[in-house]
Design a protein around this ligand. Sequence first.
Ligand SMILES: Cc1cc2nc3c(=O)[nH]c(=O)nc-3n(C[C@H](O)[C@H](O)[C@H](O)COP(=O)(O)OP(=O)(O)OC[C@H]3O[C@@H](n4cnc5c(N)ncnc54)[C@H](O)[C@@H]3O)c2cc1C
Length: 388
Amino acid sequence: MSGCSLAAALRQHGWDGSIVLLESGRGPGGRAATRRSRHDPGLGINHGAPLFNITAAAAAGLQYPLLRALQADNWIQPFDGAICSLDDAGQVGPLDPTDGFTQGALWQGRGGMDRLGAGLLELAGRQPGSTQLRSGTLVRRLVPTQPGGPGAWQLQGADGSTLLNSRWLVLSGTLLAHPRCRSMLGWDGVPLQQAAAALGDRQLDQAAAALASIDSTASSNLLLVLPPELTPLWLEQPWRLLQCTAMAQQRWGLRRVSLQPQADGRWAVVAESSNAFAERHRHVYGSRSSAAQLLGAPSDPSGEAAVLDALDQALQEALGLPTAGAERQLMRWGAAFPQAPGLPTTLQLCPHSRIGFCGDYVTSDGFGRIEGAITSATALAAQLLPLL
Ligand SMILES: Cc1cc2nc3c(=O)[nH]c(=O)nc-3n(C[C@H](O)[C@H](O)[C@H](O)COP(=O)(O)OP(=O)(O)OC[C@H]3O[C@@H](n4cnc5c(N)ncnc54)[C@H](O)[C@@H]3O)c2cc1C
């Protein structure tokens, strides 16, 4: 979201240089992506964020120009499903008004959350200048080449090949800046810290230290596609999004459950685990997760089956609803939600090293949410424009 927002914001301001987004996943979206399948085109499950909320001032909710443009072109629509809470006795009740993910104006992608990223890239691509998304491309190393010169950065892939030479670099994810890349992927160092050591830029050193110290909570998500005979039972529920109270999270190990309509009339259920549950099962990624498929993190089929069983069981017990015959998948987000304070805005741009940072991990309104990904990107675009 933040990478796509940055591209769209630079174009909205008329910048017509070349923009390349390197993305390890199969398409745009990151944690706000939709899981699709070539073999089952009717399916599109939001396996990360199922909606987003805009809390910043204006009552109408869409004061951000990028979101207004997305709405005008029908990429997004108001989220209109009922939202309830679930307590530790399994009782469904009204939503806690202080819940940070449901305050303000609620929105979703029309036809899947991945429409936000796709829409932003379409907006960017309509303007002069080349905007390219290279999916399935993992950046492994960041090599500073000519600080202050015309080619400031070289980005390299896992095999050491050059993916791109660029005048400016923006990191819109924290993997390359955080020690989790060592524990999760067995890398020999943190690429941003290795680059910073070669540059001697105090501001970049501070940014690299702040990024490396950001803690995140995890989420192990159970994805179910309901069989037709169970669907009416689930649709009788008064909610489409169910937020578990703190006590319910402790009891069931579930944080939130969403019921998602599919293009072909089927319904999917996504049960998001509590952080404590995800921590207990930290080494089980799910064979279809990007960590396993693209980043090469080892997957463990028997561990995966056990996590699926545990989440499935918890869901049935908490809701008193059956899941027999549903197709099941697991999605684990190792760094689902960054924890405050995040990266200070004063370190978002390091002009001497020609590097910038945007994403929900930047301290701002909307920290840890899609709103923060968008606002951090538009703020960075404004800082970058005079320098490009
Ligand atoms: C389960 C879950 C539920 C959520 N629910 C909500 C919600 O209800 N409302 C809300 O507002 N937010 C929610 N969020 C948070 C929201 O998804 C994020 O705030 C938002 O998507 C962050 O966008 P981003 O661009 O900052 O980061 P990301 O989405 O993490 O994007 C970073 C991108 O960089 C790519 N990348 C990283 N490293 C590399 C590399 N080395 N090479 C190539 N590509 C790389 C990643 O694949 C990813 O696509 C949820 C998140 C999760 C996981």
